[in-house]
Design a protein around this ligand. Structure first.
Ligand code: SAH
Ligand code: MG
Length: 213
């Protein structure tokens, strides 16, 4: 937890909530230990979607489709969403969730590893939501930059690694060290890339907002 629990609970308590179909999927995800974006990230996305009104969104990391459905709910109704997932067990659940919500025509699910699928995509996305394996963000970055429109927004979730990223590498468990090093490198590149302006926010599990100049 990066922000203290009391503050998080207070801020979350002010949210007006989501439609019931989203609540159901979120509950299922929590019960089945499928990752889903936290309330604070939901709130940030809702604000950004209302403000930026993207016409096209690319998401890396669908899981069972909660965040894709949340984005389809709060983005303009003509916004096209493409989302990528590689885990075979989650793909049919995501598809079924999209079908039941009546959003199959607005959300395109691509099955496979983003590392292989990204190079085949055509660019021009208004918004890209990076929410896959933290250790891979750095490897996705060149393709993500190619796919992001000038003036577009890249949102990356979980960038502070539960706070570990600010610790010395020696304070991090051995199995988290590779992610630690790669996430530091990712944050450095986002902050220093000549084509990007980036803010790192200690929201949820850490979020970056980067706009392509
Ligand atoms: N955005 C979702 C949660 C995503 S959890 C939500 O909030 O509802 C991260 C997902 O990314 C996992 O399901 C994992 O299988 C997927 N993933 C991780 N690395 C990937 C990769 N290289 N290509 C495609 N999917 C990947
Ligand atoms: Mg996440």
């Amino acid at each position: 937890m990066i922000v203290n629990e009391r503050m998080t609970a207070f801020i979350d308590s002010l949210d007006r909530g989501n439609p019931a179909f989203l609540d159901e999927i979120e509950k299922y995800a929590v019960r089945e230990q499928v990752p889903v974006i936290r309330k604070s990230m939901q709130s940030l996305l809702k604000f950004i979607l209302a403000y930026a009104k993207p016409r096209s969104i690319l998401e890396v990391g669908t899981a069972i489709g909660f965040s894709a459905l949340l984005m389809s709910e709060y983005a303009p109704s003509d916004c096209a969403i493409t989302t990528i997932e590689k885990y075979e067990k989650r793909i049919p659940v995501a598809r079924e969730n999209f079908r039941r919500a009546g959003r199959e025509d607005r959300i395109k699910l691509l099955e496979g590893d983003a590392m292989e699928l990204l190079p085949a995509l055509e660019g021009g996305f208004d918004l890209i939501f990076m929410d896959a394996a933290k250790g891979q963000y750095i490897h996705f970055l060149p393709e993500i930059l190619r796919l992001l429109k000038p003036g577009g927004l890249l949102i990356s979730d979980n960038v502070l690694q539960e706070g570990d990223v600010a610790q010395s590498r020696f304070a991090v468990t051995r199995r988290n060290r590779t992610i630690h090093a790669r996430m530091r490198e990712y944050l450095y590149q986002l902050k220093h890339h000549p084509q990007l302006e980036t803010v790192i926010l200690p929201v949820g599990d850490g979020v970056t907002l980067s706009t392509r100049l």
